[in-house]
Design a protein around this ligand. Structure first.
Ligand SMILES: Cc1ncc(COP(=O)(O)O)c(C=O)c1O
Length: 400
């Protein structure tokens, strides 16, 4: 009944987990929800004020499909300041979040049967969008005991004559891992030799906790600029998920193609959002620093609390706001075979909502968003540890 392309694509696991938590909440339970893929902070005041001012000034009509030039230029200026690269207005296009940025790239670049390499554990939207346009995701696994490091040789080994693009996500959702400059360089060189596109999802670029060399934009621009797409977003950096603002930075011919796609589908992103995002990108960055510092404290605490349990192993994330513990040591008890079973039982027994690793191509893991108050993190950690403890006697019994 529906188009064939939908047969390949799965719904978002994160949204499903959030919906299950919401159902319990509506039934009157105090749920601790760690499924959120978004900041718990409000949008900064000066950003909200710019949005309100846009409404009052009747800035409520269509804009150019690619967005207002002031914001495109402000993004170029921010990248110049942050990465030392020169970008023209014609290379920037505004999208309804990083999601549309990546989807524009998929629509403009991938034909039926094209292979697109990415690394796992991944944010599910990345491979699902590839499938939606008829491409074939080629997945290169990374390992927790190596800090989820992406090995350039593994990516390069996955290249075939059908490879059209390589998608890198750094900081990575769900692992919090980073791809540093030294890792990216050989990948870029191999791609440049073969004319393969590199798409970098930098949606969490302002959320990096440790001083890792992460000027991926410069590496790409120096070596492979004519086949590079950067997907950026105001969502996580500026606590603006609901405003829907992202962008692509890509060669001007490809940006023109994005403009055609967007012009025939969604047109411009909300005019009001554009004014708010302009204030976010070009105004004070104090709120960004405040949020980063707060996430760092939360990361340190939740990581320490959970890893106090001997069966919970967890790499300390370097970026984004997710903890990605390996809980496979707790499986086996009470018919709980998978992390999906674990997440379900944790929700039912302790009313803690987490996202199971299966959705990220990582069975045995859980994704815990620490974009939550310290109070909720403490309470949630207590409940998770209590749940883990409750499994131990059953496990001991099971093994006898
Ligand atoms: C890795 C990654 N990229 C991109 C996005 C897109 O976010 P948005 O469309 O709100 O900019 C997300 C959101 O969760 C994400 O986790």
């Amino acid at each position: 009944m529906f188009a064939q392309r939908l047969a390949q694509v799965s719904a978002s696991a994160t949204l499903k987990a959030a919906a299950a938590a919401e159902a319990l909440r509506r039934a009157g339970h105090k749920v601790v929800d760690f499924t959120a893929g978004e900041p718990d902070f409000p949008t900064p005041e000066h950003v909200k004020a710019a949005g309100k001012a846009a409404i009052d000034a009747d800035f409520t009509r269509y804009t150019a499909a690619a967005g207002i030039p002031e914001l495109r230029d402000a993004i170029a200026t921010r990248y110049k300041g942050q990465y030392g690269v020169d970008i023209t207005t014609a290379e920037v296009l505004l999208t309804a979040g990083g999601k549309q940025a990546l989807f524009n790239a998929a629509l403009a670049l991938f034909d039926q049967g094209d292979e697109v390499i990415t690394h796992a554990p991944y944010w599910p939207t990345i491979p699902e969008q590839v499938k939606l346009v008829g491409g074939k995701p080629v997945i290169v696994q990374t390992r927790a005991d190596e800090g989820f490091a992406v090995h350039p040789e593994a990516i390069i080994a996955a290249i075939t004559p059908k490879t059209k693009a390589i998608i890198i996500n750094s900081p990575c959702n769900p692992t919090g891992g980073l791809v540093d400059e030294a890792t990216l360089t050989p990948i870029v060189d191999a791609a440049a030799k073969r004319g393969i596109w590199i798409i970098v999802d930098l949606c969490y670029e302002q959320l990096i906790y440790d001083p890792v060399p992460h000027n991926l934009v410069k590496v790409l621009f120096d070596r492979h600029r004519d086949r590079t797409v950067i997907a950026g977003s105001a969502s996580k950096s500026y606590a603006m998920t609901g405003w829907r603002c992202g962008w692509t930075i890509a060669p001007k011919e490809l940006t023109a193609a994005f403009n055609v796609i967007q012009g025939q589908t969604t047109s411009n992103i909300t005019s009001i959002t554009q004014k708010a995002a302009l204030a976010a990108v070009s105004g004070s960055q104090d709120a960004v620093t405040m949020m980063l510092n707060e996430y760092r404290k939360r990361r340190d605490n939740i990581h320490a609390w959970l890893t106090a349990h001997p069966a919970i192993k967890c790499v300390k994330p370097k970026g984004a706001f997710y903890l990605f513990p390996d809980i496979s040591g707790l499986l086996g008890a009470e018919g709980m075979k998978s992390s999906a079973d674990f997440a379900q039982a944790l929700l039912e027994k302790e009313h803690v909502a987490v996202t199971a690793g299966e959705g990220f191509d990582a069975p045995g893991y859980l994704r815990i968003s620490y974009a939550a108050s310290m109070e909720d993190l403490r309470e949630g950690a207590t409940r998770i540890l209590r749940f883990a403890e409750s499994l131990q006697p059953a496990r001991a019994g099971a093994s006898r």
